[in-house]
Design a protein around this ligand. Structure first.
Ligand code: NAD
Length: 253
């Protein structure tokens, strides 16, 4: 996969999956715009990449911030070929009957409105270019339910809907839009969920959950990055509107 001459924008690029994707794009020759609200970690990722990257601090729920990172990409590198619409939060773990309304709004704000705003402001650029590839980060929580995570599950199902609608709209214009559905991936996010569910023994919970996965382990951010790069590459030229589970077989068996 050669991304020489291509420009990639990655939201949530400071940590976890987005960090691995940012580094992966850079390794394959792309210019990278790292976008995150975590300014310290985001700047560190851009510094690790060097001159081929810039960092833009942004809250993906704010339209003005989204417009600013899109403009920064165009000002610095002139185009956007690949967009990993990835920033997300897990919220609290609690049953629907007890779920906090403000947390529900916060999760929907980042995971749904943030993804929508990314599409809203990046797609016009790709339409003008008559080309580009978007990968939205959904989750296996966009395919199946998980008790105790009503906001997260609803938000990730919504990402699947946004993906399908956008794919249908921009396919005729040469732009592809896909979704990835990671299972548990070893990042801060799954550690936080494990701590919420089992504060006294999060490692024990993770080990039990890993035991329920056919491949018997959590995935790595680098493995997810490989899938994102593939879907953004010309190798995936006939793939759009699709959802790719990367979950060690969790949703299959
Ligand atoms: P992470 O917490 O390590 O990274 C998320 C990044 O998003 C952080 O850098 C954070 O600062 C950023 N972010 C959060 N809210 C933001 C906002 N409003 N504006 C800008 N940046 C914001 O978690 P991760 O595991 O790398 O998660 C990345 C994506 O993958 C998320 O959408 C998550 O829902 C999804 N996902 C993760 C897993 C997993 O097991 N880790 C599984 C399925 C899906």
């Amino acid at each position: 996969m050669d991304f020489s001459g291509k420009v990639a924008v990655v939201t949530g690029g400071a940590n976890g999956i987005g960090r691995a994707v940012s580094l992966g794009f850079a390794r394959q020759g792309a210019k990278v715009v790292v976008v995150d609200r975590d300014a310290e970690a985001g700047a560190a990722v851009a510094a690790e990449i060097g001159r081929a990257a810039i960092f833009r601090a942004a809250d993906v729920t704010r339209s003005a911030d989204v417009q600013a990172y899109v403009q920064a990409a165009l000002d610095s590198f002139g185009r956007i070929d690949c967009f990993h619409n990835n920033a997300g939060i897990e919220g609290k773990v609690a049953p629907t009957a007890e779920y906090d309304e403000a947390v529900f709004d916060a999760v929907m704000g980042v995971n749904v409105k943030g993804v929508f705003l990314g599409l809203r402001h990046v797609l016009p650029v790709m339409i003008r270019q008559r080309g580009g590839a978007v990968v939205n980060t959904a989750s296996i929580a966009g395919m199946i339910g998980t008790a105790g995570m009503p906001a997260y599950v609803a938000s990730k199902h919504a990402v699947m809907g946004l993906t399908k609608v956008a794919a249908g709209e921009v396919g005729p214009l040469g732009v592809r839009v896909n979704a990835i559905c990671p299972g548990p991936i070893a990042t801060r996010m799954v550690q936080d969920i494990a701590r919420q569910v089992s504060p006294n023994n999060p490692e024990g919970l993770e080990a039990r959950y890993a035991g329920s996965i056919p491949l018997r382990r959590y995935g790595t951010a680098e493995e997810v990055a490989n899938l994102v790069l593939f879907l953004c590459s010309d190798l995936a030229g006939n793939i759009t509107g699709a959802q790719y589970a990367i979950d060690g077989g969790r949703t299959a068996a």
